[in-house]
Design a protein around this ligand. Sequence first.
Ligand code: FAD
Length: 364
Amino acid sequence: MATNNIVVLGAGVSGLTTAYLLSQDPANKVTVLAKHMPGDYDIEYASPWAGANYMPVGKEGSAHQEWERATWPALKEITDKHPEAGIHFRGTLIYNRTKDQESATGQWFSELVQPNPWYKDVVPDFKPIPSSQLAPGIDNAQEFTSVCINTAVYLPWLVGQCVKNGAVFQRAVLKHIAEAANAHHTGQKADVVINCTGLSAKTLGGVLDEKMHPARGQIVVVRNDPGPMVSVSGTDDGEDEALYIMTRAAGGGTILGGSYQKHNWDGIPDMNLANRIMKRCIKICPSLVKEGQGIEGLDIIRHGVGLRPLREGGTRIEKDKVDGVSVVHNYGHGGFGYQASFGCAYAAISLVKEVLQNKSRARL
Ligand code: FAD
């Protein structure tokens, strides 16, 4: 059997999902190289900080929409068949205020809050909430069943699946993407390198993608469990502040968010912002605390900040050749890296297949 030597650079949700799918084919010998691995918490590593849930934001007719559409069945299957992966189904409520539509958060959520969105046929139990039941200031709302991922369980689960399939994990900090081709665990040169370096694609030699920038997300993780997840199109506290609540599977706590602060690299939680987040979460969802309580009723596990790896012009899934090395890029997933993870990995893998086919033709 001909074998394919493949290096995946990056062990966030993008790299791990791509490596997981590739490693299912015994012909693929996969090395995952990364500076940060599951278990690490670092401002350069977005994946552990995510909520993470499935709240589609891709515009109808876009590749982004297709990636999200393609990801739901995979997440559903893992949730149904692998409870140890740390994903559960959760009811979710989406509230729209039309006055938010021009704000950074409103733009980010514009597809999610549509009264008649494309994803209504993807997720189960979608239904509009009658206007007679809406609180003042809310213009339309809907509910459906989504998932919430405990990233502290799911990322290691992906590592475990890859290792079970024979993939090898190695720590490395690369200065240049082409170096990855010489780091395959067999000692042979890799046939293809998959670039899943997230925000660091901005500074990685051979890539230096100036379109990359952060959208800073601040969160508070609490032990309180209010029930359904909630997302709102915006807040009255600033146009780059957000309002969402999601309870992770398997004891992962409840994430209170948040913010969507573009070009802000600050990794330290801002306690004034944290107070605003907690206050507005309790206001929209009083069941977070006991009757009559304010933020003193929240049992805080930790404050956190992650940088969403946003790319002007959209996610880059593309073939490239750098210093003679075949590269497939899969980075720039902004605030949707989990909910588009499988769709993006399928797209990247179809490009990997093209590279491998061209190589085997060249060998004949
Ligand atoms: P990362 O997780 O950043 O991983 C990059 C990897 O590349 C790391 O392993 C790093 O060490 C490695 N690397 C980089 N450079 C080098 C180098 N030079 N040498 C070696 N290794 C290198 N998404 C959702 O779908 N749903 C949500 O609910 C959601 N909520 C979020 C909430 C917050 C607060 C934040 C911050 C993000 C959220 N996201 C959510 C977005 C999601 O977290 C990201 O899109 C996703 O984690 C990006 O994953 P990635 O694998 O591309 O990058």
